[in-house]
Design a protein around this ligand. Structure first.
Ligand code: ADP
Ligand code: MG
Length: 536
């Protein structure tokens, strides 16, 4: 029988694959709910036990799958949603990488029951291997049940949060997705108790009110082919953190420090300097104008027209409070995007995408006396009582150096462990290598005589870079030299978010002025310096 799901060709995989979708129960529930939404479900029920570590069950009444598709759905890089990278330009679904079910079933006892109206199939998988497949009884739709999460990945299991924290995170995921999909009914059950129920409603306003309570100020703003709409909480409901802020771009939940600041500007002096307004805002915009870095863990958006986007949001919010609109027209001075433009709708720099980012970071790292100005390759210019130029390679080396020495730094489990073939002489020192790596929070073991398997890495050491790090380290150099050389030798271009994170982390270091070999991490820059440089 013809299947809907196909394995993506390697060329496509290389451009889109992300590899990390199963951090914790919340990220799993997010993937499963998104699948249900992609399958056009009207009703989605999420149930967990033990914060999700014992049980996660997501049930929907969507399109379901036939038997052959059901089997394919567990394969890596198998998806019904795209066939080529070009399809991303017109992507209508939340998923497209074909990684979630493969990754989730690889680390759990997994049961899939699905029916497409003519066939109903049940598949059992353990640690990614299908152990049973048979016809079953089920109405159209899909149920996925996950038990013993991470039973075979002890490193990840060890770093799971408490059941109550996990349950709260899952609840938040359900809530956030529910906000953007009023036409779907959601139920969330934890420990047998119904904690959240949102029946399908016809307007998003009803949904927001039901989920979050009254947000009295409506935003309804249209300009230059984009639409900003949503609800704002009254200024006296401003919070000390960002937990009341919800932003969706084309219905995807997105975190954007830029827009959060613009909204704050729009509130003007109605809220105090150090408070955060609560809002639910939706932006509908042509996909080519926003560069959503759709790594499953990175809900960041980048706009092609940052300045304009900032002003539009500011204006939209200010308008909701009855302020006059800016008189000056806002121009989009970048050239319009044509079909053959060199800007892809989404840009996927998967091999560049760092795994150390956003592991736990959801708050904006920069303090409010600091303003990020620009990232120039491996330099970061920021404003902080004048200008400060940060050498990101030096900062990275310092942060990595201190992280590797700090035994309490939590390492991040790799879902697909990394294997390194050792030379014969290295293999002879296997015990020493294991011991020393483990001291740096690098969780590893041996497979046979010569294969070193890495299961978890500390933050700031990316999986793709590890082999090179390991080689330099094996040359027997001191850690100062290894980290310094390692961070300086790679031609990494840092993103603005990475720059912010490094800058924040470097300030928590014992020595935040110099890299491990004594090069300065940052310097103040005066106008004079520019003048000397340009005018001699
Ligand atoms: P992706 O969503 O990126 O395609 P997944 O691993 O999440 O990858 O799912 C693989 C495929 O399995 C999907 O492309 C879809 O065809 C199918 N699938 C997954 N979940 C469901 C569901 N709840 N209902 C119907 N089909 C599903
Ligand atoms: Mg998916």
């Amino acid at each position: 029988m013809e299947t809907k799901i196909h394995r993506l060709p390697d060329t496509v995989i290389n451009q889109i694959a992300a590899g990390e979708v199963v951090e914790n129960p919340a990220s799993i529930v997010k993937e499963l709910i998104e699948n249900s939404i992609d399958a056009k479900a009207h009703r989605i029920t999420v149930e967990i036990q033990g914060g999700g570590q014992q049980l996660i069950r997501v049930e929907d009444d969507g399109s379901g799958m036939g038997e052959a598709d059901a089997r394919l759905s567990l394969e890596r890089h198998a998806t019904s949603k795209i066939q080529s990278v070009d399809d991303l330009q017109t992507l209508q679904t939340m998923g497209f990488r074909g990684e979630a079910l493969a990754a989730i079933s690889a680390v759990s006892h997994f049961e899939l029951k699905t029916a497409d109206g003519s066939q109903a199939t049940r598949i059992l998988a353990e640690g990614g291997k299908i152990v049973a497949m048979e016809p079953c009884a089920r109405n159209r739709g899909t149920t996925i049940e996950i038990q013993s999460l991470f039973y075979n990945v002890p490193a990840r299991k060890k770093f799971q949060k408490s059941p109550s924290t996990n349950a709260a995170q899952v609840a938040k995921v359900v809530e956030v997705i529910a906000l953007a999909h009023p036409e779907v009914s959601f139920t969330f059950i934890s420990q047998g108790k119904k904690l959240f129920e949102a029946p399908a409603v016809s307007s998003w306003k009803e949904r927001v009110e039901e989920v979050l309570g009254a947000y009295p100020h409506e935003v309804d703003f249209q300009r230059e082919g984009l639409k900003i709409w949503g609800l704002l909480a009254s200024p006296d409901r401003a919070l000390a953190n960002r937990s009341g802020q919800y932003l969706f771009i084309n219905r995807r939940p997105i975190f954007s420090p830029l827009i959060a600041r613009a909204v704050k500007e729009g509130y003007g002096t109605r809220i105090p300097e150090n408070a955060f307004p609560s809002f639910v805002l939706f932006l509908d915009v042509a996909p080519e104008r926003v560069d959503i870095n759709v790594h499953p863990q990175k809900k960041e958006a980048r706009f092609r027209e940052e300045g304009q986007m900032f002003r539009l949001f500011e204006e939209a919010v200010a308008g909701a409070f009855g302020l006059p609109a800016f008189s000056e027209p806002i121009s989009f001075d970048e050239p319009p995007v044509t079909e053959n433009a060199s800007f892809p709708a989404f840009s996927f720099p998967p091999r560049e995408t760092p795994s150390f980012l956003f592991a736990e970071e959801t708050s904006l790292p920069l303090s409010y006396t600091e303003k990020a100005l620009a990232v120039l390759g491996s330099f970061f210019l920021l404003e902080k009582e004048g200008w400060v130029l940060v050498d990101l390679q030096a900062a990275h080396a310092r942060v990595l150096f201190e992280t590797l020495q700090k035994p309490q730094a939590a390492s991040q489990a790799l879902i697909w462990p990394l294997e390194i073939e050792l030379t014969r002489s290295e293999a002879m020192q296997a015990d020493t290598i294991l011991e020393e790596l483990q001291k740096m929070q690098i969780e590893c073991r041996f497979l046979g005589q010569k294969t070193l398997v890495i299961d978890a890495l500390p933050p700031f050491l990316e999986q793709k870079d590890f082999p090179e790090f390991f080689r330099t380290w094996q040359e027997g150099k001191k850690l100062e030299i290894v980290t310094d050389r390692f961070c300086r030798s790679r031609k990494k271009r840092y993103s603005l978010e990475e720059a912010r994170l490094l800058w924040q982390k470097v300030q928590e270091c014992t020595n935040h002025r110099y890299d491990p070999l004594g090069h300065p991490i940052w310097k103040k820059v005066e106008e004079e310096d520019f003048s000397k440089w340009m005018r001699g």
